[in-house]
Design a protein around this ligand. Structure first.
Ligand code: HEC
Length: 124
């Protein structure tokens, strides 16, 4: 049983390494990131919501998300650490401005998904 598990793990690991090294983006906004923002951000960042009104940041579609806030983009394709969206969700900013605002943070898997998505070019 134990052996089967480690074999399984090894092949998953290898598969993800291959994916990470290929040039084909495998993480997309529509399949991977939209469900995360729907779950954690939509309640405040849809048109008319508290967060949308305060910042202009709307998560309704790829286009509105990439447009960013009233001050400009929150995603820099290929560079998570320069992407304010990534910094806000990954515990890299002061608690008082973390997103989602005063709610349970994203899981480490969800944060990694957003990071991979940005690293792979933040495609639709
Ligand atoms: C409970 C409501 C709420 C939730 C949930 C929420 N936000 Fe916000 N968000 C706000 C408010 C209010 C502001 C404006 C005030 C501020 O910047 O603190 C804001 C501002 C922002 C900004 C602009 C910050 C800036 O520096 O201009 C970004 C980007 C953002 N939110 C991203 C997100 C993301 C991504 C999520 C989901 C992971 C999320 N928010 C979830 C309420 C929320």
């Amino acid at each position: 049983m134990k052996k089967t598990y480690s074999l399984l793990f090894a092949s998953i690991f290898t598969a993800s390494l291959i994916t990470a090294c290929s040039n084909e983006p495998s993480v997309s906004f529509t399949s991977n990131v939209k469900p995360i923002v729907d779950k954690h951000c939509a309640e405040c960042h849809m048109t008319g919501g508290e967060g949308a009104n305060a910042s202009g940041f709307i998560v309704e579609s790829y286009e509105t998300l990439m447009k960013g806030t009233k001050y400009g983009p929150v995603i820099v394709a290929g560079d998570p650490l320069s992407s304010s969206l990534y910094r806000l969700i990954s515990g890299k900013v002061d608690k008082s401005i973390e997103m989602p605002h005063s709610k349970e943070p994203l899981s480490s898997g969800e944060i990694a998904m957003v990071e991979n998505w940005i690293n792979q070019g933040a495609v639709k």
